[in-house]
Ligand binder design. Structure first.
Ligand code: UDP
Length: 465
């Protein structure tokens, strides 16, 4: 394809670790397919991306453009700050984004924006650029969000704390109210988050298509329901595995897309542990636990008798920081004998490691898919957004592990770790291996995600005309 006919895609993720990492994989796959890419990043995230320059040196038609996100540098940008981030982006980033989209050289063929950017629809329409929304959360979680107007209308939401275990009508008994996206627990329907979700539900159908980081086999029923909202869906995940499959025979992927420095010392620790003996623990890049929860999880891990590798991100425990390094005396022996604690782990590598037998996770969508691809059973301890839905699907629909939702008690933690790593190890491992095979098939030539990505490329090329 000549340079003048090469389509130019502008990609605009929500500037946080999870969405940026996921969209960088998509950007690299588009680059491999000969598409020119402009990737819009916030100054804050871009400064921390160790391998930013590598994208351009590997793909000369790859560009980063950066913009301010409007938040002060020391804002933690944790899960509870999302609304502030979106508000400040709408005020501060939007004009710069409009400028980038309208002044592309060559002109932008299409915009791929995070589904949470409601403003992207009107900017794309003004500039005359087709819009594809990419929701980096799970489709099952997004379906819960998009259903919010109906759930309010049918009286399912809001609900009281006493009604958390009531089954949501029309979900075949799968979803209890506690399994709906976390926002559904808000009591005031005028709350800005509720209003944001309703607006997002109204905007999603304005896009020409929806891209998902999932694979058909995992979420087929939800994907068919999504088609009623948007008839053009591309399920191209799991993206980290898909990128690897596309790179077979080519140079290796750009691996450092983490905005925190990875502590690889845990890999040599894992190398010394027996097969499937270690439970890996992480709550991702945004969630924050209380100090009480920290100690409940810690006691549970030590009491379970299992080996554990814990990625304990600085800032992931609320309260004063000065005692973060102090190990309580009753936990010190068990931690020394069986534990390894790092600040930020090379998670994909950790999950793929043969010594890891399970994952205690906050059920973020990237983490869930990384565990699915690695064939590792999960214990789910969800915090925000789609995580409540993901954990229910892991426990009840896919049967890949246990859902520890809404409880953080040392006895429960220890029991669940013993179940997943011991008494029900084979059952969960078999299911997880089966699902991992299906994930792999979907991203290999002829698989559903492989074909959907090819269709995406063809459709982008058609937009050029
Ligand atoms: N991650 C990592 N090292 C860690 C913890 C997390 O590399 O110690 C990565 C993980 O591989 C995943 C991302 O951070 O790709 C977290 O994304 P997810 O959607 O699971 O959760 P979020 O951070 O958005 O809540």
């Amino acid at each position: 394809m000549g340079k003048e006919t090469c389509p130019h895609v502008v990609i605009f993720p929500l500037p946080l670790q999870g969405p940026v990492k996921c969209m960088l994989k998509l950007a690299e796959m588009l680059s491999l397919a000969g598409i020119r890419v402009t990737f819009i990043n916030s100054h804050h995230v871009h400064r921390r991306l160790p391998d930013a320059a590598a994208y351009f040196s590997k793909y000369p038609d790859f560009r980063f453009q950066t913009l301010p996100d409007g938040l002060p540098d020391d804002n933690p940008r944790t899960g509870d700050q999302i609304l502030n981030l979106l508000k400040s982006m709408e005020a501060v980033s939007l004009p710069v984004f409009r400028q980038i989209l309208s002044s592309g050289s060559p002109a932008a063929t299409c915009l791929i924006a995070d589904g949470v950017f409601i403003f992207a629809a009107s900017v794309a329409a003004d500039v005359g650029v087709p819009l594809l929304y990419f929701d980096t959360i799970s489709p099952c979680g997004l379906w819960g969000l998009l259903s919010l107007p109906n759930l309010i209308q049918s009286g399912e939401v809001p609900f009281t704390d006493e009604e958390l275990d009531e089954v949501v009508a029309g979900t075949d008994g799968v979803m209890r109210r506690r399994d709906l996206p976390s926002f559904c627990r808000i009591k005031d329907m005028n709350d800005p988050i509720i209003q944001l979700v309703i607006e997002e539900a109204n905007h999603i159908p304005l896009a020409q298509g929806l891209i998902f980081n999932t694979f058909h086999h995992l979420e087929a029923p939800i994907l068919s329901q999504m088609l009623t909202i948007c008839p053009n869906i591309y399920s191209v995940g799991p993206l980290h595995a898909h990128l690897k499959a596309r790179l077979v025979g080519a140079e290796s992927a750009i691996t450092s897309d983490s905005i925190w420095e990875e502590d690889k010392s845990c890999i040599s620790w894992l190398d010394k542990q027996p097969s499937k003996s270690v439970i890996y623990v992480s709550i991702g890049s945004l969630a924050v636990m209380t100090r009480d929860q920290l100690y409940e999880i810690w006691h549970g891990l030590v009491d379970s008798g299992s080996k554990f590798l814990w990625a304990r991100r600085p800032g992931s425990v609320s309260g004063p920081k000065d005692d973060d390094d102090v190990v309580p005396s009753d936990l010190s022996q068990g931690t020394k004998e069986r534990g390894c604690v790092v600040g930020w782990a090379p998670q994909e590598e950790v999950l793929a490691h043969p010594s890891v037998g399970g994952f205690l996770t906050h059920s973020g969508w990237n983490s869930t898919l990384e565990s699915v691809v690695a064939g590792k059973p999960m214990i789910c301890w969800p915090f925000h957004a789609d995580q409540q839905v993901n954990s229910r699907y892991v426990g009840e629909v896919w049967r890949l592990g246990l859902d520890m939702k809404d409880s953080c008690d040392r006895t429960v933690v220890a029991e669940m770790v013993r179940e997943v790593m011991g008494s029900r190890k084979d059952e969960f491992s078999d299911r997880a291996c089966e699902m991992a095979k299906l994930a792999e098939m979907s991203v290999n030539p002829g698989g559903s995600s492989f074909l959907d990505f090819d269709r995406l490329i063809e459709d982008i090329k058609m937009m050029k005309i």
